[in-house]
Structures are given as C-alpha cells and as structure tokens.
Design a protein around this ligand. Structure first.
Ligand SMILES: NC(=O)c1ccc[n+]([C@@H]2O[C@H](COP(=O)([O-])OP(=O)(O)OC[C@H]3O[C@@H](n4cnc5c(N)ncnc54)[C@H](OP(=O)(O)O)[C@@H]3O)[C@@H](O)[C@H]2O)c1
Length: 219
C-alpha cells in the first residue's frame, strides 16, 4: 500500500517520520517540490518525492497535511484522481489574524471534516485522522512506553476505518474510533473535546480515550 502525504510541514513532516519509522513507504509532495525532496532524502529508501498530481495518482491513501483552504483547492482540481482512494484529513478550521491570534474559520457546529467530505467524489473513502495531536506530540509520542498513546479517528466508511487503523499502528499509536464522520467535530480544534487542545494538552492511552469518548456521548 502506498501512502501519499501532501504537505511536508509540521503535521506532514511528523507523520512521514512516524510512518517511515514503522516501515511504511510514503510518497511526499508539497507546494515547493524541493521541500518534499529534502524530507525524502532525509528519510531514506522508504520515502520518495513526487509532484502533487503524481503522488495522488500513484497512491492508495492520500493524507492532506495542508490547510483547509488548500485542501478545497486541490480537491476541486484533482477530484477524479481521488476516486476509490482513502482520503485522510487532519485539517482544523483554524486561521490566524495579524496579531497571531487563532480564530475559527467555520461556523460553530460545522466541522472541517464535513466540508472536505462533501467535496470528495462518491467513490472516495473519507476519514478524519492524524490531526488530533499537535505536531510536536505526534512526533514525540510515537511508540510511547509503557502505555502507548492513542490517535482518534472518525469515519462512516468501513474500508477507510480498516486502512486508518493499520496506518495509525504503523505510526506507533493505538487507533480508536471516536464515531462516524459527524464525530470529526469532537476531534478537531478549536472546540473538540477529544482533540489534545480540548484535553488540556493530555495525550491519552486506550483506557483514557474510551472513557473520554463515553463522557462526551449524551446518555
Ligand atoms: N501544526 C499542528 O500542530 C497541527 C495539528 C493538527 C492538525 N493540523 C492541521 O494540519 C494541516 C497542516 O498544518 P501544518 O501546521 O502542518 O502546516 P504547515 O507547517 O504550514 O505546512 C503546510 C504544508 O502544505 C504545503 N502546501 C501548501 N500549499 C500547497 C499546495 N497547493 N499543494 C501542495 N502542498 C501545499 C506546504 O508546502 P511547502 O512546504 O512547499 O510550503 C507545506 O509543506 C492544517 O490543516 C492544520 O490545521 C496541524
């Protein structure tokens, strides 16, 4: 299975390192192809760089490790290439003003996941994942001992769930499903109770994650 990671910044870079450390081949793409090439060189034979279109066309799984507006642009341009692929979306509805203050870019109650999923072709397999920790924690907590850290995911799609569970394990984490695609709202920031930001910075293990999921579900 080939995983394309589009975007090699904070999240894409950390994820590429975790997956390669777990023996997973990755194809890297960025706006500036030299950034993808530099990371591929650093990561060795399991990583290679490609243009965005080539990376998507040749992959079974596409991780959009880019900002929400860029995901919108790329899906509009490359929708036909995404047919039948597992599309992994780590994005948050986040922007920053001139003073560096964070603000929400979507109305309360609307997830970035719902925006991305609605843009995909019918045959794509959507899953929200790999955005539930800050990039530094995604790098630092892989293969954590003695209690492995979890990564939450949200999807309505069984094929996407099977694939993301395998990739999350390969990246050195325990996978846990927060719920269907609607649960993207719970694992995004700002506002998500299961996002690291909503958990006051905590990185949970499996037992803690199960309890946190149950706590947020209305009785
Ligand atoms: N940072 C975090 O801790 C964190 C945590 C959870 C989720 N996220 C989410 O992850 C996403 C990425 O965040 P980040 O902090 O990793 O961003 P980032 O460090 O700014 O990296 C963005 C990457 O996107 C690439 N890019 C921009 N436009 C592109 C295009 N048209 N085609 C292909 N690649 C393009 C950039 O390419 P170049 O390298 O060529 O500039 C860069 O590699 C966001 O949606 C964010 O909400 C981030």
């Amino acid at each position: 299975m080939t995983t394309a990671i589009v975007g090699v910044g904070n999240i894409g870079g950390a994820l590429a390192r975790d997956l390669v450390a777990g023996g997973e081949p990755v194809v890297l793409a960025a706006k500036d192809e030299s950034h993808a090439e530099a990371l591929a060189d650093e990561l060795g034979p399991l990583a290679r760089a490609a243009s965005v279109d080539d990376a998507i066309a040749g992959a079974d799984v596409v991780v959009f490790a880019i900002w929400l507006d860029t995901i919108r642009e790329l899906i509009a341009k490359d929708a036909r290439l995404l047919e039948d692929k597992v599309v992994v979306d780590p994005s948050n509805p986040l922007g920053f003003d001139e003073s560096g203050q964070m603000f929400r870019t979507l109305p309360e109650g609307q997830s970035a996941g719902s925006v991305v999923a609605a843009l995909l072709p019918a045959g794509a397999h959507y899953v929200k994942a790999f955005g539930t920790l800050g990039a530094d924690s995604l790098a630092r907590c892989a293969y954590r001992e003695p209690r492995r850290a979890v990564l939450f995911y949200a999807t309505d799609d069984d094929a996407a769930a099977t694939t993301i569970e395998r990739l999350i394990r390969a990246a050195g984490f325990d996978p846990i499903k927060a719920g269907g695609a609607a649960a993207a709202l719970r694992i995004e920031m700002p506002g998500g109770d299961l996002h690291q930001f909503g958990l006051n910075g905590a990185v949970l293990d499996l037992d803690e994650a199960r309890a946190a999921i149950a706590k947020g579900v209305p009785a």
